[in-house]
Design a protein around this ligand. Sequence first.
Ligand code: ATP
Ligand code: MG
Length: 588
Amino acid sequence: MPAQAPGKYYGSEPRPFPNELLAFSWAALAQELGVTEDGAFNMAWIAVDRHVAAGRGERIAFRFLGEDERRSELSYRELAQLSDRFGNALTALGIGRGDCVFLLCERRCELYVAVLGALKIGAVVSPLFPAFGPEPIRNRMAQAGGKLLLTTSSAYRRKVLPIREQLPALQHVVLIDDLGAGPQAATLDWDSLLDAAPDRPALVPTAAADSALLHFTSGTTGTPKGALHVHQAILSHYATARQALDLQVDDVFWCTADPGWVTGMSYGILAPLAIGATSVVDVGDFDAVRWLTLLEREGVTVWYTAPTALRLLIKGGPGLFAGRHFPALRRIASVGEPLNAEAVAWAEASFGQTIRDTWWQTETGAIMLANTQSAKPGAMGRPLPGVVAHLVRRRGDSAVDGLESPEMLGEKGEEAVGEAVGELALETPWPSLFRAYLGQPERYRACFAGNLYLSGDLVRRDADGDFWFVGRSDDVIKSAGHLVGPCEVERVLMAHPAVAEAGVIGKPDALAGATIKAFVTLKHDVVASEALRSELLAHARRQLGPAVAPREIAFAECLPHTRSGKIMRRLLRARELGEPEGDNSTLE
Ligand code: ATP
Ligand code: MG
């Protein structure tokens, strides 16, 4: 792979969106998805039953791959029928519109059936990450007043039984009997419930703006927030999967995120279903060999994953790829963390495919920016059709003052242009924009200024109009009069051949305000040494200049990540400074 100057295009040439993607309107899209004007709008119908009605019921919706190599498939028709049964069972239990249904189990068939069944009857679905312990489960369910929980017998015994008394709103617990232990007191059995339920359509006429999904954020910067989404969000899932992932009906799609995170719901369930594609679902956790084998053997065509997983593959060394071929793979996309240019070059050498970064948040519900039109390695890309992004600076010191009229950076207008660094702000509304932070109306209001949603992420827009991640507002370091985005420093460290991953924090300093410390993990065959430390310090100083380069570098075995794969800089900071660690519920 020839070395390329940063910022130059390589891999695929910049590609404009096809006209049909540019000329879309939300109304036209709704029509395309079969939404009629009677006001009824249900995302589960769009995702599943619509395909059955159109004669595509025999297509495979999900292909499940078990730990033990067992495979099973679920067609659109089967998914429609099973979700009807579960929806009817919920109705019989007195669960209805607006009631919150929690799901706590690994990525198995029942989870997918339950999501769609609950959506059909207008319940609000909140999937929990399956590795959560009792406290994060209790906390989230208590906040939302969850009325029903679907889980496995094993998870119930270990995690739910100890806290069940503390959840007065919880009326029913449905168990998938993974232990073969038979009935447990005060619970219902999944199989019996489904067997007894009628298989007539369960659909109720929900409206586009009815609540549908409750997702908790990753907790990277603090206590996770519950973000509420509505049925029409599926319009965004559908449009963005086509625009940013190029997902088509014939694709074999693999989204590696768990549905406990918004990515695993929006793109692991709803988007590929809305499109009518086949999704591969792997029950196992990350394992380099298993993942590469899966990509190869299942003929995955579109792969949506995260930088953390990619970096683990890089760390595994080139030997992992010996004798492997990925002829079916035609698109790789990434989300959740900055994607460094070296990872993109690595993918081009290893998979013969570039990686397209995508940026979005739990709050935005769907991809907003993507490296689709331009393929600048290291950039997040540009706003998707229908998305208008600005860079702003909040005025005044207090967040509220600043919100009154944030200063627009660069030129204003339909297409903001010009180089600038500022907080990424998006013009509202769009279908998958969140409608509330659970129990925190003030905090919700504080995310908006006029018609703008303020993302809390600092971003640089270059002269071509490509956006680059700088850092979260919370992580930005003020050092000797400079504002330093940790990602700029991390990007430079990761460009060194010895470094696998880097996490950068500010340490309070009487003189400079803060000094910069970096924690780095090394590639598989590299040994930490004083000489390497000096080399990395010098490399960073050369690239960044002395004001922005780290003063200290520590070698680490691994960095603290959220379970959704984000570096938790606030934990690096708290540990370094001996401060309380705060909410750790999402720590991997
Ligand atoms: P919390 O809000 O609880 O602190 P979180 O923001 O990490 O957690 P998510 O909604 O899962 O929770 O993550 C969204 C954030 O992830 C974005 O605001 C951004 O900081 C980061 N992110 C997402 N995509 C990218 C990307 N392509 N490049 C850089 N950062 C990204
Ligand atoms: Mg966030």
